[in-house]
Design a protein around this ligand. Structure first.
Ligand SMILES: Nc1nc2c(ncn2[C@@H]2O[C@H](COP(=O)(O)OP(=O)(O)OP(=O)(O)O)[C@@H](O)[C@H]2O)c(=O)[nH]1
Ligand SMILES: [Zn+2]
Length: 373
């Protein structure tokens, strides 16, 4: 079936964001258009002397360093009520220092920093959008940014071959990618705990992040289905890390679904509660310094949980399920599905015994994240 013009336009927007994500990860500048204004941004963690010079030479305003409010709080920079702050880049701030300001795993090596000059005035809209882009790229949520007029930035993007995205494209990205998910492959994969199992691979039409649905048996589409949303955890699911309960929850869910005669497990590409494996390892380093799982995320500049559950809801709907009995202890998962058209008729407790390494992690989820544990 050929695509309508409106569909083509939506896909182009998705592709633009995907390209910008890939470029940020390569340490390339990206142009964000915000009405008549624009910012050329670089992911701070990828900024070295050469990249900084390139940004400085653009001829707009001098570059600034943008950090999230969470990260600024750690650096004792006064909150503004905005989601991010901008710091003036002083002569003594070189590229390694800027990377260290973005990366909390260096905080104990260089505890005394500043004084910093926070830029006053309204936060340009491109800054939170750029930080969102860095998060989508699974990089640390900090950017270096230079402001230009939009028409100048568009010309520059053409001549320097920079990716260009708009604010609207970035803010709509996750929801648009979710509604463009399509089942692209399905195959029978017998499991130890459930032999009659089919894996469905879902991919958004722009070729973005893929998720899996694991369908056990042939559940009745008219009844609420026993279901689990499982966020990818390389360390726990595959390698047997004792720092979390993911491996047990994964295997336990498949067994419970099989014992119940069928159901669905969605295996979501949301490693590290959506911050990615590298950032999760950074969070683990902070945890070994004594911070809990929430503070570790926030010290890195992230929210405690960066996941959205719209892709999960979309996959359930495409598989023909509107009502679920959800195995979870996390109230956010229940809300996240209900917001996107899935009725959670029952929350089924999904709890496993703790060990000495994950005791504190589970206690933190209970005490600070409102988990039923
Ligand atoms: N950022 C971060 N992610 C972690 C940490 N420990 C585990 N994770 C990730 O958390 C996700 C697992 O969370 P879930 O199993 O969905 O747990 P939950 O949100 O508590 O919900 P339920 O298990 O359904 O109750 C996986 O993506 C893990 O990689 C951590 O200390 N920091
Ligand atoms: Zn885990």
């Amino acid at each position: 079936m050929s695509r309508t013009d409106a569909q083509k336009k939506e896909l182009k927007k998705l592709r633009n964001v995907d390209r910008a994500i890939a470029d940020l990860r390569r340490g390339l500048p990206v142009v964000i258009i915000a009405g008549s204004e624009a910012s050329v941004v670089l992911a701070t963690e990828m900024a070295f002397a050469g990249e900084l010079k390139e940004l400085e030479n653009l001829g707009g305003t001098p570059p600034v360093l943008a950090l999230t409010a969470h990260r600024a709080n750690v650096l004792h920079i006064k909150p503004t009520g905005d989601p991010a702050v901008r710091l003036k880049i002083e002569a003594w701030m070189d590229a390694p220092l800027m990377r260290a300001l973005a990366d909390a795993t260096h905080d104990l090596d260089q505890p005394f920093r500043g004084p910093f000059t926070r830029l006053k005035g309204d936060l340009p809209e491109a800054i939170p959008a750029a930080i969102k882009l860095a998060k989508l790229a699974r990089l640390l949520p900090s950017v270096l940014s230079t402001d230009l007029a939009a028409n100048v930035a568009i010309e520059l993007a053409k001549s320097a071959d920079y990716s260009t995205v708009t604010l609207a494209d970035i803010s709509a990205f996750e929801a648009t990618a979710a509604v463009h998910l399509k089942s692209v492959a399905a195959a029978h994969v017998p499991l130890q705990s459930a032999e009659n199992t089919v894996f469905h691979a879902f991919r958004p039409e722009d070729g973005g992040i893929e998720h899996l649905a694991i369908l056990v048996g042939d559940p009745n589409r008219h009844e609420p289905v026993l279901a689990r949303l499982h966020s990818e955890c390389f360390t726990g699911d595959l390698i047997g890390s004792l720092k979390c309960d993911c491996g047990e929850q994964l295997r336990g869910a498949l067994k419970a679904i099989s014992d119940a005669g069928g159901g669905v497990l969605l295996y979501l590409a949301q490693e590290g509660r959506g911050i990615g494996l590298i950032n999760k390892l950074r969070a683990y380093k902070l945890q070994s310094q004594g911070f809990d799982t929430i503070d570790a995320n926030e010290r890195l500049g992230f929210d405690a949980d960066e996941r959205v559950f719209q892709p999960a809801a979309e996959m359930f709907l495409q598989l023909g399920f509107k009502k679920v009995r959800l195995m979870t202890n996390n109230p956010e998962k229940v809300d996240g599905l209900e917001r996107h058209g899935i009725e959670v008729v029952e929350r089924v407790t999904h709890k496993f015994p703790s060990n000495t390494h994950n005791e504190l992690y589970l206690a933190t989820k209970r005490k600070r994240s409102g988990h039923y544990l």
